[in-house]
Each structure stands twice: as structure tokens, then as C-alpha cells.
Design a protein around this ligand. Sequence first.
Ligand SMILES: *Cc1c(COP(=O)(O)O)cnc(C)c1O
Length: 231
Amino acid sequence: MITDNYNEVKKKVEEAAIRAGRDPRDITLIAVSKTKPLEDIETLIRIGVKEFGENKPQELKSKYDTVSVPVHFHQIGHLQTNKVKYVIDRAVLIHSVDSMHLAEQIQKEAEKRDITAQVLIEVNAAEEDTKDGVTIAETPELVRQISQLPNVKIRGLMTIAPFVDDPEKNRPIFRAMHELLLDIKSQRIDNVDMSVLSMGMTNDYEVAIEEGATMVRVGTAIFGARDYSMK
Ligand SMILES: *Cc1c(COP(=O)(O)O)cnc(C)c1O
């Protein structure tokens, strides 16, 4: 079931890439396993899946520490400074950096362990009150500030688009994100690599790929609906 779902999503990812004249290998499908049991992750590991997304730092830590073979975990959810320690040497990429304050904490924890943390800047492209992230206008300045931190490497941008009935409604948001990425890239800031654009979820990942996403984060379409009442 989960395996079939994954393969189906993977196929749609490839088809969307081809529609957009892109190489399907340039798009990473992250299976968002938050709230789901380790068995579900193991099921996908058996068919060779290596990229998983979690939004709670402690959940990422516990899954990372118990999974049968090493795989990549992405910290995709909001990160509080006091939780950085759980993910700093476990998350392959932190998608949700949205302040200098958080970046400085990541710098501190990364320096302690003599590693370089890989991060994305979370952009609240639609400027929704309920969402974390900086505005498009604020992003270049935050990138410049964070680029000064020696143990933090910016790899690109991430956004969570609004929840909409028709994914086409998010196309302008994804397009604006791609333009922002190219704009910052053209500024050639030291210690900044604008190669990753993390956008697109179950409802809109195909449109996101057509507009330039290099990472899509898909949960429900792979693992089924989440049950928060158990927690
Ligand atoms: C939960 C979550 C996803 C996956 O959402 P689905 O709609 O289930 O695909 C993607 N990104 C983030 C940041 C999330 O928190």
C-alpha cells in the first residue's frame, strides 16, 4: 500500500519534470513520515527510499536513532532554538531557518561538533499570518546575514504554500519563489549556494515541479492521512 503510493507519487514527479522539460533526476522526493510509525519508514527503506521528512525535532531524533539502516532525515518543520541540539548532527538539511537568532544557535551547535549545517531559508511567500518564514522582500538580507556564519551553509529556499482547493492557485507563489532563488543566486554571495528549492506537498507538488522545485515534501499521498488524536 505505502509502497504502491510511493511509486505512484514518484511516477507523477517524473512526469511533471518531463512536462516541464526538466531532468527527473534533478528532483528529490522527500517522504514526509511525521506522526507515522517506524514500520512505515522501514517499508519504504526496503524499496530503496532514502529521503524522509519530519517536523518535530525529538521525533526526528528518535527515528534517526532507531532506523535499521542509515537514511537521510530532513527537518522540515518549525525549529525552536532549544531543539537545535536534537537535529544538528542528524538532519541532512534543515528546511526551516527563518531568523538570524535561529541561525546563530545552529552556528553554535555546529561549531561545537566541528560540522557545517546545511540549511534552507523558509519563506512565507504568501505572507500568511499563520505561517512561519520571512517575506520575499526580507529574504535577501537574511541570506546575507546568515552567510557570515562559518558553520552554516545556505543551500536554497523553502516555502509552504497556502492550502488551496485548486493547486493552480499556488502557481504564482511557486513562480515567485523560483524568481527569488534566481535573483539571490545572481548576487553571488560568498558561502551561499542557491541550488535547492523545496516546495510542493501532496496537493500541489506537480505544479511546484513545473515551476522549478528541486525538492518536494509529500506525506499524505504516500502514508495516508495523519491521525493527530493519538498524540
Ligand atoms: C506535513 C508537511 C508536509 C507534507 O504534507 P502533505 O500535505 O501531507 O503532503 C510538507 N511540508 C511540511 C513543512 C510539512 O509540515
